[in-house]
Write a protein that binds this ligand. Structure first.
Ligand code: ADP
Ligand code: TRP
Length: 329
């Protein structure tokens, strides 16, 4: 059985983009693959979260992962820092990673531009830590979005380089996993672009009904179609993209008809959209609240995830250490 792995940094809350673009698919593959899903708390340290917020950040994503349907009976769900083998592999891979290739990473260059006062070495070697996350379980499949493809390519480069340098086939080359129906890009409701944490345009699984309704009613629109069957501008297309994700085909058809004959009222469309988003997210929110407050359950999940992840990671590290030439005295 092939191994699938994915991680998410422990900052903020999960939004509809994370859910429809990633999580919902992960939930569906849990029976067919050996799955590892983890919370990247070490990665989140590049931006120096306050110690008093750090744990809550991890707990939030963990509760939201579980509430969205990741099943700790089927998948290993764990915290990155609970698996010290990841950090050990990170040290070893750092010796094979060239500063030049890390400096050329698009995400690194972007961070340097955004935060010129916090260009720490952890930021530069972010892709090495990510490669360690992946290679430590010798995962074949890593579902990532466009912005992470370059990181995944580097994980392949490091895998190949390690295997060549030490003349041992320790690591398979991890590949991006695609899902039936193709990649979903969830748009923001502020005009253009995708929904994202840092874009300030997220509808979160954690939002309550009032918040969701307010966000949707505020979505950018235009002055409406003036001719039948006119092409849709991006802002309206975005509303329909969301509608297609959360509403019934009948509803989508109804509003498409209204658009085509110029009788559409955006207020009605938004009200329906808000209601249908709530239908998807409110049951998840209810579970988030229950799980977040169930410390006994969370600690059981984390312990079992840690155990499974460490068993897998330790087996890899034994081979890695042997290949590099470590020997017991
Ligand atoms: P953000 O962009 O909010 O920082 P992340 O980069 O943490 O989100 O996203 C984790 C995963 O969720 C990504 O690899 C991607 O697959 C998915 N994802 C995030 N935003 C979207 C979106 N708007 N549409 C589709 N998928 C998304
Ligand atoms: N870098 C990823 C992101 O920002 C999170 C991540 C860390 C990850 N390690 C990973 C994703 C390993 C997939 C595999 O979204």
């Amino acid at each position: 059985m092939d191994t699938v792995l994915s991680g998410i940094r422990s900052t903020g809350h999960l939004h509809l983009g994370n859910y429809f673009g990633a999580l919902r698919n992960f939930v569906r593959i849990q029976d067919s693959y050996r799955c590892f899903f983890f919370i990247a708390d070490l990665h989140s340290l590049t931006t120096h979260p306050h110690p008093s917020d750090f744990h809550a950040g991890v707990k939030t994503i963990l509760a939201e992962y579980l509430a969205a349907g990741l099943d700790p009976e089927k998948s290993a769900i764990y915290i990155q820092s609970d698996v010290p083998e990841i950090s050990e592999l990170y040290v070893l891979l750092n010796m094979l990673a060239y500063v030049g290739e890390l400096e050329r990473t698009v995400t690194f260059k972007e961070k340097v531009r955004q935060n010129p006062n916090n260009v720490n070495a952890g930021l530069l070697t972010y892709p090495v830590l990510m490669a360690s996350d992946i290679l430590v379980h010798r995962a074949q499949w890593v579902p990532v979005g466009k912005d992470q493809e370059q990181h995944l390519e580097l994980a392949r480069v490091f895998a190949r380089r390690f295997n060549n340098m030490y003349g041992a086939e320790v690591f398979p080359e991890p590949r991006n996993m695609t899902f039936p129906g193709g990649a979903v890009k969830v748009p923001g409701l502020d005009g253009t672009g995708k929904m994202g944490k840092s874009n300030g345009n997220g509808i979160y699984l954690y939002d309550d009904e009032k918040t969701i309704t307010k966000k949707v009613m505020k979505a950018v629109t235009d002055s409406g179609p003036t001719e039948p069957d006119s092409p849709m501008p991006e802002v309206i297309e975005n509303l329909f993209t969301l509608l297609k994700l959360v509403s019934t085909p009948d509803t989508v058809e109804y509003f498409t008809g209204k658009w085509n004959d110029c009788s559409i009222r955006y207020g009605d469309l938004k009200k329906q959209l808000a209601k249908d988003i709530c239908n998807v997210t409110l049951p998840i929110k209810e579970r988030i609240d229950a799980i977040y407050n169930d410390d006994a359950y969370l600690s059981k999940v984390v312990a079992s995830g840690r155990e499974r992840a460490r068993a897998s990671a330790a087996a890899t590290l034994a081979e890695v250490r042997k290949a590099v030439g470590f020997k017991p005295f």
